[in-house]
Design a protein around this ligand. Sequence first.
Ligand SMILES: [Zn+2]
Length: 364
Amino acid sequence: MKWSLKIGSILGIPLNVHITFILLLILIYFAGGSVIGVGGIQGVIFVALVFASVVFHELSHSVVARHYGIKVEDITLLPIGGVARMADTPEKPVQEIIIAAAGPAASLFLAFILWFVADFFGSGVTISDLSVQGGLLAELTAVNFILAVFNLLPAFPMDGGRILRGFIGLYLSPYRATKIAVGIGQVLAIVMFFGGILSGNFFMILIALFVYLGAEAEERQMGIMVALGGAQAQSAMISELHTLSPQQTVGDAAIRFCTGFQSDFPVMDDRRLIGLVTREAIVETLHQKGPTALVSEIMVRDFPTANEQTPLTDVLQKMQSTGSKAVPILNQGELKGLITLEQIGRYNMLCSGYSCDFMQAEKT
Ligand SMILES: [Zn+2]
């Protein structure tokens, strides 16, 4: 994720914090007293412990996902919570249910342990203590309990939404299951929105908006996945491709960029693909170093690739999980084409609500 700093890794999974999270810590240090009731170093420790709880939650999603062979790219902490980025979506509804349920289960478990420890030290926690006025242990117990309950709301992007989709997915297609789960989540969001207005609870209104938009994003994503359907990479790749050599200059790349439709260029050393020059690199380098900089200096060497038979949905997922906007298509090491986000957008425009099977038939 952009603007994230890596602070370490747990169980082989990189742990990042988003820059806004650091700003949050600074804000709490100086103004926490009036915002959350604790400021200074005490406030910072409290927020850090809250986020350790979030990491524990995300980590349990990750460990279960890994158990099913799904690669976890990293865990990022944002001021609104954590995100565990996964390279794939679960294949079976049962897997989705178990991966999604692991997070709230871990938070409940932690809440229970903390409650037990607090009880042991004599500062017993009762339901009525679950507020910021209690001790640190009581607060953390409350935080983890809320984390579990909040995430069990049956609405995207919460875990509860995924659990719900998983259960519906046992009986219906993934697309229908997503539609129904999104609908239920949005009805819930609307109820929460009016509940928030009637009770004057600003926080509830905010969550309602968050849930409504999250549901919509999930539906859009699923819509694209359905439109891409069973299509393979060869149906949407640019096959008449311009390439660059490492000795060419940014000026050469800029001319190509402006006189054709292609904006990202594979870099070839003889007949071997060794790099990728992105549109961002061309623009940035041209402005900063001028047209004489070499392609070999600005190309990226680490990027995803696929072959002609790779499903388009997998190519899109590779783009989303790596942040790369272009994926070279190779056949036994030989460059065959390039898929960019635009290409996927064009395919989606053409084939959304229409079966583009004829394109597959023509190619094979
Ligand atoms: Zn979760």
